[in-house]
Design a protein around this ligand. Sequence first.
Ligand code: ZN
Length: 170
Amino acid sequence: MYDGIFPSKYSWKIIIKKAVLDLDKQRRCDHLLTNVSLSPILESIIQVNQPSLLWSVAIQNPVLLKLCKSLIQMVCFWGSRNWISQCNQCNKLTDKIIEHRLLYCTEVEEIRDKLWCYIFTSYSTELYLNLINYSAVDQCVWVIEQAINDLLHKNDKNMAIFVRDLCDLI
Ligand SMILES: [Zn+2]
């Protein structure tokens, strides 16, 4: 291209596709890494130059592989998406699909009620009362972070299953 010869149509498509995809990939990566809300969650699952801690859990207990995969997909989905998508449960359009599913979607109310009952009975009442006063984003961060930490440190998958069932996006 720099020698004055325009590339073939095929080569030009590859150049454009690579330039657009690489740029988009970099933007999504930057968005994920600079998202302050997500940092507690990312710190729970990401280690520098190491596989995610959730993969270690999955290796030790292969039964949990699908659950760990769902959690990682959900965190990446949340961190990298900042465009409008349609909820596959209630068909509403939203640019905050994870918040929508965890907190507002009318089609998964039953699962959400079970999650909040579980939080109320399994953690302290004081924590529950504080939690309901958190912002929507902070509630989501707490729920996901707790689900991951329970799985990583207590081998307790209850919260993770609720989160997976609520956010079954793909
Ligand atoms: Zn919905």
